[in-house]
Structures are given as structure tokens and as C-alpha cells.
Design a protein around this ligand. Structure first.
Ligand SMILES: [Zn+2]
Length: 112
């Protein structure tokens, strides 16, 4: 699933657009063509609205999508991490996405 057009990362935009639900998000800034340059990928297993509010002030723009389960959100975050070069140091994420406690799902991209 493709992420929608990025919004400004402000309290107003987050509260106007994002529900307290499971989902994924991308943070960054817009390039000269208006495309989001992704610098951070993340997810919330409980409350995407709250998680995005925590990032207000850290990045200029965001985009997000809901996920149907924690497993879907974890696998999406893994794909985002690799797609935007996390393992090559292109993201501000310090480490590879982690599973929720008590689950043993594997990254769909990393070699087994
Ligand atoms: Zn991986």
C-alpha cells in the first residue's frame, strides 16, 4: 500500500487527520519537487496519533497509514526501513525495527 501525500508535522495536522489506531508513519522533509525525503520510519501498535505528536518539532513533514494488525504494522515498518536505506545509514533510526514483546515474527526483508 502506498502512503498518501505528506502533511506538515504539527499538532493541528496530526489531531485533524490521525486516529488513535495501529499504523505506520514516515517522517522527513519535502524536496524541491514536493516529494517527502524520508529520514525516519516508525509504527505504533496502539496509538498512531500519540506517537506522531511525540515527533512534532523533530521533523517537518509526515505521512501515515493504518494497519490491520500488529504483525502487519511490524512487517510494513521493516519494509519501510529497508526501502529507505536504514541498513545503509540513510535514516535517523538507530536500529532495525523490533518486534513487539512476546512475538517472534521475522523481518520479511532480512535474510533468514
Ligand atoms: Zn530487516
Amino acid at each position: 500500500m502506498a502512503y498518501p501525500t505528506a502533511l506538515q508535522l504539527t499538532v493541528l495536522q496530526v489531531n485533524s487527520n490521525v486516529q488513535p489506531a495501529i499504523g505506520n508513519y514516515l517522517l522527513g522533509h519535502l524536496n524541491q519537487k514536493g516529494a517527502l525525503v524520508v529520514k525516519y520510519v516508525g509504527r505504533s501498535d496502539t496509538d498512531l496519533n500519540e506517537r506522531l505528536l511525540d515527533h512534532v518539532g523533530e521533523y517537518e513533514h509526515f505521512t501515515f497509514q493504518y494497519a490491520s494488525s500488529e504483525k502487519v504494522a511490524f512487517e510494513q515498518e521493516c519494509r519501510d526501513y529497508h526501502r529507505f536505506g536504514g541498513e545503509k545509514g540513510s535514516l535517523d533510526n538507530a536500529v532495525h525495527p523490533d518486534r513487539p514483546d512476546g512475538f517472534y515474527w521475522k523481518c520479511p526483508i532480512c535474510p533468514p
